[in-house]
Design a protein around this ligand. Structure first.
Ligand SMILES: NC(=O)c1ccc[n+]([C@@H]2O[C@H](COP(=O)([O-])OP(=O)(O)OC[C@H]3O[C@@H](n4cnc5c(N)ncnc54)[C@H](O)[C@@H]3O)[C@@H](O)[C@H]2O)c1
Length: 250
């Protein structure tokens, strides 16, 4: 495949929050955008943005969705962005008994295995793209969290899943380097989405008070702006970038 002027980007979790903002920002930049989410996405007026309903934890259904996307757009995937995630709070032991194993399993399934599932299928599609002058075929961007490093009480499953995402970054980048495919992870701090706004106001205020500067939640646009830089800046590879206003949770 020759150089593609309007690269195809696949974004999981793009029906809301960070993923949704990435979809809009990239569509406005002229990319062809396919959103995959378990929830049906808001209809957009952008002709280059299409929504696909799928659960990222599933093997064949995600594979079929990726096939449908590449057929619909008539091109292979050049950028994959994994934003689908869940963050239920649960202690290992509470007055109701131990943490349900099924819940731990679900968080790992969505956040870690769902990210890998998207990565393997996007990379498989990227292999059909002829490397450009710099030898690059594509880039896969993962979403971790500062909880991968400084998890809080009640975040044992979430932190484990996000630490897994951070852990995949370097081995994936090393393995895919000979094919000209980069892998970069973003570890956000506190971003202004439903994940945070669903918390009681005093909890939000107490979280914000811990951010050194800027003393506010991150705007999803600050995430999508970093995504654009990762796509453009080829020297970013095999690393996890914190986007957190210097927040270090106690
Ligand atoms: N908001 C924050 O402060 C924050 C901080 C650090 C990391 N993150 C991470 O950023 C990512 C996006 O979070 P957000 O704040 O935009 O949350 P959000 O809840 O607004 O968006 C998450 C999206 O993932 C989708 N999703 C969930 N399970 C899925 C599945 N099995 N298959 C497909 N889609 C699924 C949801 O339907 C939703 O649209 C998540 O991975 C989250 O862990 C968020």
């Amino acid at each position: 495949m020759a150089f593609i002027h309007h690269p195809l980007v696949v974004i999981s979790g793009g029906a809301s929050g960070i993923g949704r903002q990435c979809a809009i920002t990239l569509a406005n930049e002229g990319y062809q955008v396919a959103v995959i989410d378990i929830a049906s996405g808001e209809k957009s007026n952008l002709s280059n943005l299409k929504n696909y309903e799928c659960d990222v934890t599933l093997d064949s259904p995600l594979s079929q969705t990726i096939d449908k996307i590449t057929q619909d757009f008539g091109q292979a995937i050049q950028v994959g962005i994994a934003c689908a995630g869940i963050a239920p709070a649960k202690k290992i032991i509470s007055k109701n008994g131990p943490h349900e194993l099924a819940l731990f399993n679900k968080v790992i399934q969505v956040n870690l295995i769902g990210t890998f599932n998207l990565m393997r299928l996007c990379v498989n599609s990227m292999m059909q793209i002829a490397p450009d002058q710099d030898g690059e075929r594509g880039v896969f961007i993962q979403t971790a969290s500062v909880a991968a490093f400084e998890g809080q009480i009640g975040q044992v499953a979430y932190s484990a899943s996000k630490a897994g995402v951070v852990g995949m970054t370097l081995p994936a980048a090393r393995e895919l380097a000979p094919f000209g495919i980069r892998v970069v992870t973003i570890a956000p701090g506190l971003v202004d989405t439903a994940m945070i706004s669903s918390m009681p106001e005093q909890v939000q205020a107490s979280l914000v008070s811990q951010i050194p500067f800027p003393k506010r939640l991150a705007n999803p646009k600050e995430y999508s702006s970093l995504v654009l830089e990762i796509i453009r800046n080829r020297y970013l590879n095999g690393c996890t970038i914190r986007l957190d206003g210097a927040l270090r949770m106690p």
